[in-house]
Design a protein around this ligand. Structure first.
Ligand code: CP
Ligand code: NVA
Length: 321
């Protein structure tokens, strides 16, 4: 049984059902088409706090702009500027902030921290990246591909993903890989991970996936060419995620065979797209040639963070009214 769906929060892909995801995608398409011409003030009179413990360009700016565009007020809080950074408990922080604000958007290290905030507070919590998952990014990535594929599917965004294959190369035990495995299963896609043994998903992740109803929902290979065979999307992410800087030397050495080059990209389907959550490190996980190729959609992905996250916030607010 699939353990859907905690519609009060968006901490992982499966907090929304496929039907919810379809509605989020449809709303995002509408927000994108009407941006600047038609306001949808679903957050009017509300303040949403953003507690960030890590750097961010895309997530921070797209949420701040998105909250404004929905008529709300964003409040950016660096973890170290509030008492949380000096040891105030997550539970007390959640309860206090719930008295002031209408939603929390959280970027942090330990995934349990967002779960504890959600459990202790009384406002919606959105995961803006943990060491474990980055669901706002995955919904955006899927939307970015679906925008293209749905044109031949009568505009059915979610339906256009079904049966497609994504290949994820490199650090296949990072937040992006784990989140994409969950997303691919939710969206009815096939996912193949290509990376070294040392960076394959952990048994703990496999257990989590099984609990979500998707036991064994990916394939893993150490052969990058086998991973991208027949892929509709080739995806990679930085080899050194935030918080892993001390392992840089070893990571760069071990992951080198998984760089996405034009040759590797060509081993996927001829009409495959290249996706990357950004920031990219050209010359490490991917070449500049691939990043700049006509099949690369990296800046559409970045833009779509805005539209998709507005839809996620709107969906959470709707579900509470
Ligand atoms: N992709 C992404 O989340 O980018 P930022 O770290 O800049 O927010
Ligand atoms: N895996 C990367 C994603 C950045 C958006 C990190 O966690 O740093």
């Amino acid at each position: 049984m699939v353990s859907y769906f905690d519609m009060n929060h968006f901490l992982k892909e499966t907090d929304f059902s496929p039907q919810d995801a379809a509605e989020v995608f449809a709303m995002a398409r509408e927000f994108k088409a009407k941006r600047g011409r038609q306001a949808t003030p679903v957050l009017a009179g509300q303040t949403w706090a953003m507690i960030f413990s890590k750097s961010s360009t895309r997530t921070r700016v797209s949420f701040e702009v998105g909250i404004h565009e929905l008529g709300g007020n964003p409040l950016f809080l660096n973890r170290n500027d509030i008492q949380l950074g000096r040891g105030e408990s997550i539970e007390d922080t959640a309860q206090v902030l719930s008295r002031f604000v209408h939603g929390l958007i959280v970027r942090t290290f330990d995934h349990q921290d967002v779960e504890r905030l959600a459990a202790a507070g009384s406002v919606p919590v959105i995961n803006a990246l943990t060491d474990f998952l980055h669901p706002c990014q995955i919904y955006t990535d899927a939307f970015t591909a679906a925008e293209r594929w749905s044109t031949t599917k009568g505009g059915d965004l979610l339906g256009s993903l079904r049966g497609r294959k994504i290949a994820f190369l490199g650090d296949t035990a990072c937040n992006m890989a784990y989140s994409w495995v969950l997303g691919a299963n939710l969206f009815g896609m096939e996912i193949s991970l290509g990376g070294p043994e040392a960076f394959r998903p952990t048994a703990e992740f496999d257990a989590f996936l099984a609990k979500e109803g998707f036991a064994g929902g990916y394939t893993f290979t150490t052969d990058p060419v086998a991973a991208v065979k027949n892929a509709d999307i080739v995806y990679t992410d930085v080899w050194v995620s935030m918080g892993k800087e001390e392992e840089s030397k070893q990571r760069l050495r071990t992951l080198a065979p998984y760089q996405v080059t034009m040759d590797l990209f060509r081993a996927a389907r001829p009409d495959a797209y290249f996706l990357h959550c950004l920031p990219a490190h050209p010359g490490e996980e991917v070449t500049q040639e691939v990043l700049s190729s006509p099949r690369s959609v990296i800046f559409d992905q970045a833009e779509n963070r805005l539209h998709v996250q507005k839809a996620i916030m709107a969906k959470l607010v709707q579900s509470r009214t």
